[in-house]
Ligand binder design. Sequence first.
Ligand code: C5P
Length: 397
Amino acid sequence: MLGAKRILLIIGGGIAAYKSLDLIRRLRERGADVTPVLTRAAEQFVTPLSVAALSGSKVYRDLFDLTDEAEMGHIQLSRSADLILVAPATADLMAKMAQGIANDLASTLLLATDTPVMIAPAMNVRMWQHPATQRNIATLQGDSVTLIGPNDGDMACGEFGPGRMSEPLEIVAAIETQLAAGPLEGKRVLVTSGPTHEPIDPVRYIANRSSGAQGTAIATALAALGAEVIFVTGPADVPPPAGATVVPVQTAAQMLQAVQDALPADVAIFAAAVADWRVSSASDKKLKKTKDGLPELTFAENPDILAHVAQLKKGRPQLVVGFAAETNDVRDNAIAKRKRKGCDWIIANDVSPETGIMGGSENAILLISDDGVETWLRMSKTQVAQRLVARIAKTLA
Ligand code: C5P
């Protein structure tokens, strides 16, 4: 059932648009509220009148319609839905989405939205197989757009192969799965990630090595299970996760401030590689080589953000998780670190250069908790994240 779910349905201009009429009926049968948007090309295939009659809603068609903008601006239209569905998604519309082009109402809504987007492609088999379309699909999937279909079969153009839009009931089933409440629905989770950069002068800094890959994978897995994720990140190598509120910072002091601002949270996960020290008085001018010798740098200790939150008397998250990146005596160091910091779990890993873990796509960890030490064999950082997040969901249940 899709009771009270608001779906913004963007109908693209392809012959499969006729199926979108039945799709509207199927969605409404299940209780969904459907707001339709037609592209100019779609109007060649289905009429605004039939779409309005079946959806029981106003049909939006124009980016520059002053009446629409006065009633509900396009930004609000793009955000007020639980889901945006593009069906049929034409090659042209997908190319615009992949490039971030916003030159009509549909593409502008897709660029302005922060709600999940699903697309049901429909096009000629050669267009589907064209490297440009395949490139666009890879880009869209990287942007967390969910693909439904397309199916193999006879096409209206007389050819056979992949490119047929999925049937309305298949699309409805995919939407029901996507909108099913995740086990972390209603939970607020704070994640720190990436390195911090501590300035020496305007062009130099000290930092730890950290790609941000593991923290990003954890945030992605949390959002996929329905959590509200606040992602406080230093300057990382990987793009930030979709579906999270991203708070970019540079220094440990800024990270602490951002963490304090983000509390309260049900869970806090500290995956950032925070620099332990900063230069106590960073120069506001570039330090120059002089004949008088080397510059004198004095250091100050950075706040320990994990320990600070783990030891909060008031407003401590129910579950506080820290990381321990070690190069020797991983287990003993991590057990001691868990005690010292006061966190509930420590995820420990060996980041010696020969492991290839730092900056790589795999991780091998120990999970240290009240229950003892668990060894997780080497797996992808995505798998580590999914397993960790499943464990968090079970702990909170
Ligand atoms: O002490 P160490 O840096 O090894 O501790 C690692 C754990 O503590 C990680 O979870 C890291 O995110 C967190 N940490 C922190 N603030 C610091 C130093 C470490 O939150 N200043």
